[in-house]
Design a protein around this ligand. Structure first.
Ligand SMILES: [Ca+2]
Length: 396
């Protein structure tokens, strides 16, 4: 991964991007130093091939704080709005209709109606999964329910999971959903109680694994461990809000928000500890060390971390051929350094990074590859956008 061009590229800019080797063994406490350190360059970064010009097309511009989206088999799109509304967008006419029958969610702080996930067998079973915040006695938590979408409304709605315990804090709900191999993966943030990310007694700061019906898989790593929540798949996360399955390796990759600096991209390994708050590449807001550094025995190193933070939203893999010059990549949306970060896949890890849409100053919450092979994103708190190849200006 280390190339001269990357080192030259490193000479030019602002945000630090570090790719760590993908082969760090579970529990490794002192891996080799980062293989590549690149400062994200201006477009003129030395030695880099010119990036394919990409333009952004706004398809819908009046959404109300859209948070998550997923495609239906007919090519239309379901989009959540934080206030508790689920909308269906026809991607031919761009007509927007609200879906009825939603469970009540609590629009508080960073919480609300968050992710939506369409079952891979939706055509036969109709299941749509939702994650959202719920209130109970002035405290809040993250819940996952599903319902069948029929005639513009959810029916047969059932609660599958509620993270425990509830807290009055209104942040770090996590809430990204993924179905893979019949299992439902759910991210839950630390809820602002960072030490709980290291406690197996709560669901906070964890990635959880359930069956797609919400039951407990008997082969989860902490089943039978006294005091441990058996839904836990991995722990030591801060606020994971991006999750996708690698199309080649099948591994699940998760992006999580760091504190000040230290956003991470992690590759999930069953039962592993991702370190928060014992180890981090970030620091306290306003400065100040957190934990004991960047490495610790028994904790996983991130595949990638960002200093300063880009404010990671969702992630999506891309291995299509619609965008000339793109190699298979993972796309990471940014809420703070407003852009989409495209990291080329390199074996089990990543190579060069390219920033997309960085000049537009829009927060990007979710990014997905559509069934048409094009990249869609939720941007600027109101827009559904699509990335298209910019045609060269006609010459006279
Ligand atoms: Ca970590």
């Amino acid at each position: 991964m280390l190339t001269l061009s990357r080192l030259l590229w490193a000479a030019t800019s602002a945000a630090l991007f570090v790719a760590l080797p993908a082969c760090v063994a579970p529990g490794a406490d002192s891996g080799p130093p980062p293989q590549a350190i690149a400062r994200e360059g201006a477009a003129s970064g030395a030695g880099l091939a010119p990036e394919t010009p990409i333009r952004m097309v706004t398809l819908v511009d009046d959404l109300d704080k859209p948070w998550g989206m997923d495609f239906l088999p007919d090519g239309s799109l379901l989009v959540t709005e934080k206030s508790g509304v689920l909308k269906r967008i026809d991607l031919e006419s761009y007509a927007v209709t609200a879906i009825g029958g939603l469970p009540a969610s609590a629009d508080v702080g960073q919480g609300g109606l968050m992710d939506v996930l369409v079952h891979p067998d939706f055509a036969s079973n109709g299941w749509v999964y939702l994650s959202y915040s719920v209130a109970e006695g002035g405290a809040f938590s993250t819940r996952v329910s599903r319902g069948r979408l029929a005639d513009g409304a959810l029916v047969d709605v059932e609660e599958l999971f509620t993270a425990q315990p509830f807290f009055r804090e209104r942040r770090h709900f996590g809430s990204r959903l993924l179905l893979d191999g019949g299992y439902l993966y759910v991210t839950v943030g630390d809820r602002g109680n960072r030490d709980l990310a290291q406690s197996l007694e709560t669901h906070n700061g964890k990635v959880l694994r359930l069956t797609e019906d919400g039951a407990l898989p008997p082969d989860n790593p902490f089943v039978g461990v006294p005091g441990a929540r058996p839904e836990i798949w991995t722990y030591g996360h801060r606020n994971p809000q991006g999750m996708a399955r690698h199309p080649v390796t099948g591994a699940i990759w998760v992006a999580e928000h760091g504190p000040q600096g230290g956003d991470e991209l992690n590759v999930l390994r069953r039962g592993a500890n991702y370190g928060w708050p014992l180890v981090t590449y970030g620091e306290e807001y306003g400065g100040g060390r957190i934990g004991e550094g960047t490495h610790r025995a028994g904790t996983e190193q991130p595949l990638v971390y960002w200093v300063p933070s880009i404010g990671t939203g969702n992630i999506a893999f891309y291995d299509g051929d619609l965008y000339p010059g793109w190699r298979p990549s993972v796309l990471v949306s940014g809420l703070k350094l407003t852009r989409i970060s495209r990291l080329e896949l390199d074996g089990d890890g990543v190579g060069a990074e390219t920033r997309l849409l960085a000049n537009l100053k829009m927060r990007i919450r979710d990014v997905r590859t559509g069934p048409d092979g094009r990249v869609y994103a939720l941007a600027a708190g109101s827009r559904l956008i699509r990335l298209e190849v910019a045609e060269p200006a006609p010459t006279q």
